[in-house]
Ligand binder design. Sequence first.
Ligand code: F6P
Length: 597
Amino acid sequence: MAAGVRPLTERPAWNALRRHYEEMRSVHLRALFSGDPRRGERYTAEAAGLYLDYSKHRVTDETVRLLVALAEESDLPARIDAMFRGDKINVTEHRAVLHVALRTPRGRSIVVDGEDVVPQVHAVLDRMADFATRVRDGRWTGHTGKRIRNVVNIGIGGSDLGPVMAYEALRHYSARDMTFRFVSNVDGTDFAEATRDLDPAETLFIVSSKTFTTLETMTNARSAREWTLHAVGDERAVARHFVAVSTNAAEVGKFGIDTANMFGFWDWVGGRYSMDSAIGLSTVMAIGPEHFRAMLAGFHAMDEHFRSAPFDRNLPVLLGLLSVWYRDFFGAQTLGVMPYEQYLKRFPAYLQQLTMESNGKHVTLDGAAVDYDTGPIVWGEPGTNGQHSFYQLIHQGTTLVPCDFIAFHRTLNPLGRHHDLLLANVLAQAEALAFGKTAEEVRAEGTPEPLVPHRTFEGNRPTSMILAERLTPETLGTLVALYEHSVFTQGVIWHIDSWSRRIGSRRRRRSSTRASSPPSLAACRKCTPVSSSTNSSAPRSSATRGRVPFSPPPRRRRAASTSSISSTATTTRATSRRSRPPSARSSCATTRRATRR
Ligand code: F6P
């Protein structure tokens, strides 16, 4: 623990907040608003084009004062400085946490291990811009000379969620004459459906993997190579149809991708913080280098705000503190994030990894078990869809669900009254959640007495309203950085390691690199303990009988064939040794060999 920082539950502000909570728990938002006519103006903050209205939170000036004191006592100012300076604050992996360097303007300097990383960042950005431009304008062609029309990103976790979210969010700005697809799941259906209507001669795969050993990604990448080679029939095609985004040049080379076609990043970029690194290659291809740079400028604007604004006007700090307030004092288990913007439909999924992989931790940085709650479950859906699905529980259920609403003053698709209705909905929901409807109000509407309890809703459900003018690449960068830094704020207060990788990921990775074919459960049983429940359900799966069924990719006949991989499975080259599943024996031998190493 940093010198002078006490364990969380011993910090004075924490204990003051505990006492304060006892006063606040029964205070209604109706009372807070009626006691302060200017509340809706006072409890707001603005930065980098984002406006945060947090007046509908169960807080007073005293709450904010104590939460800010908690941030100070938790050493947040020094931790922010340490991150921006490039200190190795990821103590469990002894790494800097420097996603902020990815959007630091040219000419600035951040030194890690004696090297200024900013010029390196810009060198990769320039290469990405150059490559994306050549693909977009047709100078980079496929092996047969055909123009690249389709880009398929293969990756998982941070190597998928950011790219797919950014593509969906910025689709309005994307090259409409190109198709972008994303494959992540090891379930072959994902690959089959993503490629079924694509012409391999016009398709470029971006294999995105920081480690280049992740089982799902490497399995999909191998299938993509076979899919391409079956159609194009020449190993040399790999060089024109595959590029890699990775930190692992050795594995990229082993896969057969020319490392000249590799875009690198660094171990100080965590997977879930990597959408603005080379992992964003598909984003640059979709929206073009200028828009990508605008997105980086948006990120940077929020970075600057985070490191310089006073905490009581600092958007990410306020969001982070509110999250701690509800999680640890009100016992709220989840945070709903509801974008009232269709283009942000994948934003909640993106935030799930960002927030839950970061702050789903049970020990402190020093390895002691925490005696308080850490990261909330984050979930959400585009707003109006949610209103006809789960909002009932938020309004009238017995669980407190704080929500972030995200909306834009102007739409990118003006269409009749749609946008007015959309905005009216988000405002009305926040209002209804805050103020509810009393039994008297329900009666005054002429509701029959037996129905009054059913139509009454308590209100006092807290929400943040995050507003921006329009969804632009810049706004998206700002929004993502807002949540990144909110996660950081929470992690610092909880004194947990927000930056380490997902538990178990290394173990999975080892198994994926040992065997070039998928492992079988039967084989693994010999060396891995399997629980009785897994044993009893396992015989239903053919994988447990020692062979993983693997259908070779179809040989393409026509550009827009509708055949799927599994249905066209036949003979051809896909039954070559490389694609054949291992027998139980050989897989286990591979594992044994690797274990000895
Ligand atoms: O699942 C853990 C994780 O390490 C994520 O943090 C990361 O985004 C994902 O796996 C993918 O890893 P890679 O980019 O190395 O394939």
